[in-house]
Design a protein around this ligand. Sequence first.
Ligand SMILES: *Cc1c(COP(=O)(O)O)cnc(C)c1O
Length: 669
Amino acid sequence: MKSISSKNWSIDRSAELYGIREWSSGYFDVNDKGELVCSLTFAGDEQVNSSPVKQTKKTSAKEAQSIVTADDAISTKVNVSLMDIISGMKERGMDMPVLLRFENLIEDRLTKLNEAFANAIKESSYQNYYRGVFPIKVNQQAQVIEEISEFGSRYHHGLEAGSKAELIIALASLTDNDACIVCNGYKDDEFISLGLHAIQLGINCFFVVETLSEIPLIIAASTKMNVKPLIGVRLKLASKVDGYWSSDSGDRSIFGLTTSQLMEAVDQLRAADMIDCLQLLHCHLGSQIPNIQNIRSGVLEACRYYSELSSEGVPLGYLDLGGGLAVDYEGAYTNSTHSMNYNLDEYCADIVEAIIETLDPLGIKHPVILTESGRATVAYSSVLLFNILDVTHFEPAPIPKVIAEDASELVKNLHALLEIITIRNVQECFNDASHYRDEIRENFRRGRETLRSKALGENIYLAILQKIVLLLPQVKRMSTELENLPESLADIYYGNFSVFQSLPDSWAIDQIFPIMPIHRLDEVPTRDAILADLTCDCDGKIDSFTVDGVHRKTLPVHEVKEGEDYFFGAFLVGAYQETLGDLHNLFGDTNVVSVRINSDGSYDYVKEMEGDSISDVLSYVEYYPKALTERFRQRAEKAVKSGRINVAERQTMLRNFSESLGGYTYFEK
Ligand SMILES: *Cc1c(COP(=O)(O)O)cnc(C)c1O
């Protein structure tokens, strides 16, 4: 890490430190005031005021500026400060934490994905088109699905459903008959009937067969309803991928048909005279595939299946390559788990080229290309905003110049060490200090050291460590103990959020999300901290960050100023986090606010959704707020009867009790 000094500190240095321009894909930046902004470019005539609902007055267009792009079309770059959005939310009574959604970013991602495929198709003279579907499981929130269905219709972007419930969402949300619905997951009769109804309505609804047992069900239901289904088969590819989700692929993947099951499926459909229904091949290599090589070899393998089946006379027309398009959470542009070593254009070009390469020599017609990108479509659109509630510093209380005569020898020894630490003896001093500290603790256990003496000893020990940490940058080689010392003395910043509710993958799979202060970026961050959440769980913390492009356990942060709010954002949380979140310690859903940015730099608060109240989360676990209130009332009444409290006090208590029930589950001011 480059050393942090206040000299020459700049917003650009902050951007570099937190890697903003690396992970944000251009959607976020810092403005001159040192505030994080959402940054959008509007083409000349594009969607000037396309916001569907206008609930609020507009803000001034102060940050819109015209820029001229290479092809001379005037486009407008707009920066909206997250701090401005927060103050608007405050005026509207929305407390932290808030999940902030930028509708524009969902729209922009859909546009980029579809345009990138269109480009790749044009460049290679590919003889068919692309149809994307969004997998509902990645973010099932009604607002998000609505936005995807609406913005996506321009590209006939469809939906992927993995269950009956998701199919119901898809059937009710999509209005465009040129879009596809792809049904994955295990299908029972009800699921199949719903899908056949979709076909009756003229919707391109594919059943992707995951197990052989689904085939007789599909044959029976479609015969009974007299509807010709659209059928796909899910392949179990041998190609393995890197990354966390590698078990979705390879021979041991729990999904999809083996080669011999695939043959069996083809034979069964042929026997039922339904081979013409088998039109789609599906494979899904896994999510967040960091390495483009894996994608390429997976696609090549899928194409081999496609060509073999086509040659056998199966009338395939669609190749669905599933999800896997990654998001560079670390901004590292490498093949490490939470990064990616390719960009969207390369992804599309590689897929298109791999298909051409395999099918052209055999003279097989190019299929319609489907992908099921979830993460890459919605991750950017949501930011979790939270405030810092409290800070723990590991700093010693003032150390007395002279130690009292009656202090123990060990404490005196520690005190003497404090005076003699130099660059040359840091390791030795560290060893000695740790030895004395351990002895003091041992003596305390045996009753030979008093509590006050132990407190003094530990305080001096902390002072020694702090002194050593200051010297470490000048020490050339050191033990891992010393290397880890700065971390173990880092501050703890307590954030008003729950990791389990809002960033579950940070806990479950150690995923790295970009997390950083969203203001004061023109000031040098002078502290190093880990973040703790509101749950009283030792896993309720975040201690993995990318700082100056390298992994660190602590994050540079600013000193919290008395009486001033300090706000953080956790970015790229739009995929998976909202739905996987749980009620650990009964912290519920956060408030959600959707904004839409206009090309003149103004923005609208298009949707607001209040988070769970305490009574909401209690009822999720089968408590009945009315019954709880009644029990508490009885208790209070008894206390009145016994003379412990008076009636007025009882009233105050009951009022507080019921206000708490209606309140937010997070820390309120
Ligand atoms: C989860 C899933 C996806 C989404 O994957 P992303 O990597 O988020 O794009 C797509 N298809 C299937 C079958 C899935 O299970």
